[in-house]
Design a binder for this molecule. Structure first.
Ligand code: NAI
Ligand code: 15L
Length: 266
């Protein structure tokens, strides 16, 4: 599998830095975009410092692109205005640019926080109702809905990755459930870029963890097969965090501490 040109937004972020060298193997040109420092362009790389809220720049950014991996935006709970610009206006600009430039497939970084106010004793599937745990989660739900509209209306395929917790290792008890290893992240993104038919898909971005709050059977057509697990980290985490306080909403809801973040005004 080789694409003439892939676009990676959010390329200077945590996951962008992970995917940058890995995506290179699958394309002739990798266009890297962010507002943070992208360093030097390597062989086969094009650097494009673009703000997601800049509609004209976004239109140019998508010119000549085979597919997009969209990671850019505000990645945690935050005041509404930056979320509005980067995640809501930014998502609209991305899809309008894709429509005008004829880009047909987008891998969209959504988040578990679209579902964060579901309880930790519930197992969700790809059709479970959204229950965002904050303004960040609402913005990701907007992007998921927007991408569904652009598929239904214009045939632009999107895989919405409801990423759990993708870090070098899980950091706490909750992340034993939500952990997505970097190798599984690459497997997931590549599955979504290479599946013959994606349509409009929702898929939970988690590794093959022992306990899980999500059921990916409705995304089987993507062919994502996680190979890692949070289990090797369990003993150390449980030793550090021996008890769970069930009166803390962060321990009851899937979104963890996001459910009690904010408000930012008043
Ligand atoms: P990050 O915050 O490290 O990276 C996001 C990047 O987007 C940053 O480099 C930032 O400069 C860029 N950005 C922010 N506002 C922008 C704007 N207005 N215009 C252009 N670029 C802008 O986040 P991370 O961890 O790399 O996550 C990547 C994506 O995956 C994000 O969309 C995040 O919401 C999503 N995600 C990540 C999870 C994780 O565990 N790392 C979990 C769930 C979702
Ligand atoms: C997210 O959506 C964030 O981008 C990431 O920084 C983590 O907080 C992750 O969710 C999580 O829920 O662990």
């Amino acid at each position: 599998l080789r694409f003439p040109r892939l676009l990676l937004t959010g390329a200077a972020g945590g996951l962008g830095k992970v995917l940058r060298p890995r995506l290179k193997a699958y394309c002739d040109q990798l266009r890297l975009s962010d507002i943070s420092d992208l360093g030097e362009a390597g062989e086969g790389e094009e650097l494009a410092p673009v703000r997601l809220e800049d509609r004209a720049a976004m239109l140019q950014l998508l010119e000549g692109v085979s597919a997009v991996v969209h990671l850019g935006g505000v990645s945690v709970e935050a005041p509404f205005d930056p979320i509005l610009q980067a995640n809501i206006v930014g998502a609209y600009n991305l899809y309008e640019a894709a429509r005008k430039q004829g880009v047909k497939r987008i891998v969209l970084a959504s988040s578990n926080h679209v579902m964060g106010f579901h309880r930790q004793d519930q197992v969700l599937d790809v059709n479970s109702p959204a229950r965002p745990d904050g303004l960040y989660g609402v913005s990701k739900a907007f992007a998921e809905d927007l991408s569904r509209f652009y598929f239904d209306r214009y045939g632009i395929e999107t895989a919405c990755l409801r990423i759990g917790s993708s870090f070098p290792e899980p950091r706490d008890r909750r992340m034993l459930n939500t952990f997505l290893s970097y190798d599984d992240l690459e497997r997931l993104v590549m599955a979504c870029l290479s599946a013959p038919v994606v349509g409009h898909s929702i898929v939970y971005g988690v590794s093959d963890n022992l306990r899980t709050w999500c059921d990916n059977r409705g995304a089987a057509h993507l062919g994502y097969r996680p190979q890692d697990s949070s289990e090797p980290y369990r003993a150390a985490i449980e030793a550090r965090q021996p008890t769970i306080d069930l009166s803390d909403p962060a321990a009851l809801y899937q979104g963890g501490a996001f459910v009690r973040t904010g408000p930012f005004e008043g």
